[in-house]
Design a protein around this ligand. Structure first.
Ligand code: SAM
Length: 495
């Protein structure tokens, strides 16, 4: 039996890719794969359809006993038990046509090579892509990875760099604007250039170039603000977030003027309560806290340009409020959302190996620490986070975290620790509740003191979102159950 190579057989592709040869990081495993485990993924398939004539020709060759080159597949990124075709869609159809249940395949590991471009380069071996196929593939590849150059895309799809430029001109402009905006926002929050570069997967030179033009970026939104457009209008028009527009709209203003502009009354006493979170700041996030509360912490316990450290940032309300109040802010969370929240750097605080996530001498002026309130909302957080811990471990974590924060704080650093009483009141009448199950504010105060901090203020900031339904309230009252709406902001200094 003779082995036909792809080109002889009019195959789907036939020569070694430069892209792969250059990177030299591809692994291949030869095997046979059940046909039903193979998927033709339109996301990476460069052709608009398969050609029936080529399928028939392959089917005939297989029936005649010619051995056909294995198709190339990779493990499907979403389904572990499936493979998607990188090269060989026609051969796969042919094997199905003759009723085969298995197909010879090479399982490819594309380490660092874009699967769209790999598939395209394979496809153009026997037959160039049509204009529409080339355009769609180029756009898909760029949308998938905006760091690809037009030359790289062009090499894979068989088009010149300039043709690729024309295919993706609008996408590139939008990506540039987006990148500009992200860099500007992270820079505004005082994140150092090397961390911006790392976070956005760009070189430091690119970050420096963008920042060189940073004076230009706010000009047009500023002009619109001066013309009388509102902050939401300007945000929408320029694709900015509202807090970023506030940051330029309020430039040069005092904190008190900022409170006024945002329509927030300033609380003078130690009871801070609000009916709702201001939806302009932070994302809809489990356990979201009101931006008004953050603004009060900033007003009373920091100055403009100070650096705020937010170790469990969640929906980003602290960073957003810092933008509106001209504070720098370094935010971290285990939940990584690079596209929408690049300013929140990924960080899992791991109790077995607790480390400060940044190197360097810069220490925060203020730490705003809003962890999960033990098991409250635990269903909505990642179980690897601290709300998945037992009570003893949760408290131990806080003790270790406070000690680490103490080590990494300045003498003058203050910490705002936000938490609520935890009582296991479900179905338990108040007089039968057991203290051993609860965590109350005095437990937190004790731990803070153990780890070198001394509380100076305790603000009551009751949970506003705590809305019980009337029938639940009535059942609680009948059973003499006391619910929890308490929440506290404990301000501490280093002892
Ligand atoms: C109460 S939420 C913060 C809410 C935030 N202040 C807001 O208003 O949007 C607590 C956050 O802690 C994060 N978290 C929990 N355990 C963590 C851990 N071990 N390391 C990093 N983040 C953690 C969760 O992902 C969650 O976003």
């Amino acid at each position: 039996m003779r082995l036909l190579n792809h080109e002889e057989a009019g195959g789907d592709g036939g020569y070694q890719l430069n892209l792969i040869a250059e990177s030299g990081i591809m692994a291949k495993t030869a095997c046979t794969v059940p046909i039903t485990q193979i998927i033709l993924d339109e996301e990476i398939y460069p052709r608009s359809s398969v050609y029936p004539k080529r399928v028939s020709m392959f089917a005939e060759n297989i029936r005649d006993g010619f051995k056909i080159d294995p198709i190339e597949v990779q493990i499907h990124p979403e389904y572990d038990d499936k493979y998607r075709i990188l090269d060989g869609a026609h051969r796969w159809h042919a094997y199905k046509e003759i009723g085969a249940t298995e197909i010879p395949a090479h399982i490819i590991t594309l380490d660092g090579v874009d699967p769209i471009l790999y598939a395209a380069k394979k496809a153009i071996g026997p037959l160039q892509l049509t204009e529409e196929e080339a355009r769609t593939t180029a756009r898909r590849a760029f949308q998938n990875n905006s760091r690809l150059t037009s030359a790289e895309i062009g090499k894979a799809i068989g088009r010149s760099r300039r043709t690729v430029d024309s295919y993706i001109v609008d996408l590139r402009a939008a990506t540039q604007m987006e990148l500009n905006f992200k860099i500007f926002c992270m820079n505004y929050l005082g994140i150092p250039q090397e961390r911006i570069a790392l976070r956005l997967g760009q070189t430091r030179d690119i970050i420096r170039d963008h920042l060189g033009k940073k004076a230009e970026l706010p000009k047009s939104p500023n002009a619109d603000l001066k013309r009388g457009f509102t902050v939401p209008q300007v945000a929408e028009k320029h694709g900015w977030t509202e807090p970023m527009v506030w940051s330029i709209a309020l430039e040069g203003k005092s904190d008190l003027d900022r409170f006024k502009a945002l329509n927030w009354g300033l609380r003078t006493w130690d009871l801070w309560n609000w009916n709702d979170c201001d939806k302009r700041f932070g994302d809809d996030w489990p356990g979201r806290i009101p931006a008004q509360m953050i603004a009060h912490i900033l007003y009373y316990f920091s100055d403009q340009n100070d650096l705020v450290f937010d170790p469990m940032a969640g929906g980003g309300v602290v960073a957003d409020t810092c933008l509106a109040f001209n504070r720098k802010c370094w935010s971290f969370d285990m939940d990584d959302r690079p596209d929408t929240r690049p300013e929140i750097e990924p960080c899992l605080w791991d109790i077995t190996n607790l480390k400060w996530p940044i190197k360097g001498k810069t220490k925060p002026d203020l730490i705003i620490f809003d962890p999960p309130y033990f098991k409250k909302q635990s269903n909505n957080y990642d179980p690897d986070g601290i709300s998945g811990m037992s009570k003893a471990k949760y408290l131990k974590f806080l003790e270790n975290f406070f000690s680490l924060a103490h080590l990494n704080a300045k003498k003058s650093t203050q910490m705002a620790f936000i938490n609520a009483d935890w009582r296991d009141f479900q179905n338990t009448p108040a007089k039968n509740e057991i203290r051993v199950n609860s965590i109350l504010i005095n437990d937190y105060l004790w731990i803070l003191n153990q780890s070198g901090w001394q509380e100076t203020h305790i603000f009551q900031a009751p949970l506003s979102s705590e809305r019980f339904k009337a029938n639940v309230v009535s059942a609680m009252q009948k059973r003499k159950i006391i619910g929890v709406t308490s929440r506290y902001v404990i301000i501490s200094k280093k002892k």
